[in-house]
Write a protein that binds this ligand. Structure first.
Ligand code: FIX
Ligand code: ZN
Length: 448
């Protein structure tokens, strides 16, 4: 039965597959259309760790907006890779962290970009960024780059990076339990007011470490009890509402361990927090809950941010939440490659579930291609293929250059598959699809 309700007169005889006069020319024209659409389409980057300049900019002590060559080269991905080519016996973690940022950057540049081939994705990303900024990626020391970056003004540089990266909005991550950042919000309620950025309330400790988080809330004047008795649920809702309003947050976010379960008989208080606090507050405000599931933190603590690991998680927790809370919206990404197919199938079952990104250890060409191909084949264009997770502003340039090219490669293959049936694909359709993938799916999901 067709959507119009009319029964077709007779099953139409399958038309012979289109025989493009010149398959190569046909592929070329689709490649051109896809490439042009992707690089013309502004991205709304739904998860980053970048900040408005009002939070202070590096190298200002305590500045949260990280940018420039020394931050780029000391990105925690590269710290992990440094300790693949040196050993703690040669340079103890303690001595490494006692070095100044520039000294650490000089060491990483020498070891990963001069004495070894910068072939990893995180290394290549630095080179792409330098190249797109018009700098020579072959310098043997960082001094020439430092001279160039010293001439940049952080606020103007945000505009420059967004233009080069083709990003129209940067979504921050604002961990309210971080004392330094919380103080900035309390001292300057307008600290997040920058049309180029939006805020996100990040609340990991409320589920990952309720006893400690609860004590902090009590210290801030919220009448909460560790056993969640009395008016605790009301007070937690008040806390969430106050910060969501203060930040004008566009969603609530958490990174969750591989063991995360819902419901979780071993964590009844966590279940109560979700059921009685987080879900009603998000539903009232029509805000998604972004769950980033599978991060096993600090498996090697001396590496600091570089010391986190991945673990296979339980997709059934996502399924249970989407089913129990049909009026809530869930933005979900999982860290383990092994979880991706099951999560994709879960998204076929729940319209309130939006998959996003190739997170962290998945943000590599081989896995971005695999995941994007699988998602297009299972979900059509109804997902958000990528987020940058940029911690350093300049990374937006390479993360979106690399991802656009991989997404484009997969889209061309899928469009050619469709064209082989004789279906006539227009440039406008390609532009529409690319807009959905890079911006509109996320924005429409927020406004649903
Ligand atoms: O929890 C998160 O937001 C993770 O993305 C970060 O903690 C992680 O360090 C990262 O930046 C991965 O790309
Ligand atoms: Zn992140």
């Amino acid at each position: 039965m067709s959507l119009s309700g009319k029964k077709p007169s007779s099953a139409a005889a399958p038309t012979p597959a289109a025989k493009p006069s010149n398959a190569i020319a046909h592929r070329q024209s689709i490649e051109n259309d896809v490439h042009k659409a992707l690089f013309a389409q502004p991205v709304t980057d739904l998860h980053t760790h970048c900040y408005t300049p009002r939070f202070g900019a590096s190298p200002q002590p305590g500045g949260l907006l990280l940018w420039g060559i020394d931050e780029l080269v000391t990105y925690h991905y590269l710290v992990a890779e440094l300790y693949r080519v040196i050993t703690p016996a040669e340079l103890s973690y303690e001595r490494f962290w006692l070095m100044g940022k520039s000294e650490r950057a000089d060491l990483i540049w020498r070891m990963l970009f001069v004495e070894n081939s910068p072939i990893s994705e995180a290394c290549r990303g630095v080179l792409t960024t330098l190249q797109r900024l018009g700098l020579d990626p072959n310098e043997k020391t960082l001094e020439p780059y430092r001279r160039w970056f010293d001439q940049q003004d952080p606020d103007a540089y945000v505009d420059k990076v967004m233009a080069l990266a083709g990003v129209d909005s940067i979504t921050m991550t604002n961990p309210v339990f971080d004392d330094a950042e919380r103080a900035m919000w309390e001292n300057d309620p307008a600290v997040g007011d920058d049309p180029r950025f939006t805020a996100v309330l990040r609340i990991d400790p409320l589920l990952r470490d309720w006893p400690r988080a609860g004590k902090k809330l009590a210290g801030w004047g919220f009448k909460v009890r560790e056993d969640f008795s009395g008016g605790t649920a009301d007070e937690v809702r008040r806390f969430l509402g106050m910060w969501l309003d203060r930040m004008k947050a566009i969603y609530v976010a958490m990174s969750l361990p591989p063991e995360f379960k819902y419901p979780d008989p071993a964590n009844p208080i966590g279940d109560r927090f979700i059921r009685e606090c987080l879900m009603p507050v998000c539903a009232d405000r029509r805000l998604p809950w972004a769950m980033m599931i599978g991060s096993r933190l600090q498996v090697n603590p001396p590496l600091k941010d570089a010391g986190d690991m991945v673990g296979k998680a339980d997709v059934q927790a996502v399924v249970n939440l989407c089913r129990e809370f049909p009026h809530n919206k869930f933005l979900v990404t999982m860290l383990a490659r092994e979880n991706q197919h099951e999560l994709c199938v879960a998204a076929r079952k729940f319209g309130n579930l939006m998959l996003f990104g190739c997170w962290w250890f998945l943000n590599n060409p081989a896995l971005i291609e695999e995941m994007t191909r699988m998602r297009l084949e299972l979900l059509g264009t109804t997902f958000v293929p990528q987020h940058s997770d940029a911690r350093i502003l300049d990374q937006l340039i390479y993360k979106w250059d690399h991802s656009r090219r991989i997404i484009g490669k997969v889209l061309v293959d899928k469009y050619l598959d469709v064209a082989a049936t004789g279906y006539a694909l227009s440039t406008a359709q390609i532009q529409r699809d690319v807009a959905l993938l890079l911006r509109d799916n996320f924005r429409q999901f927020l406004s649903r």
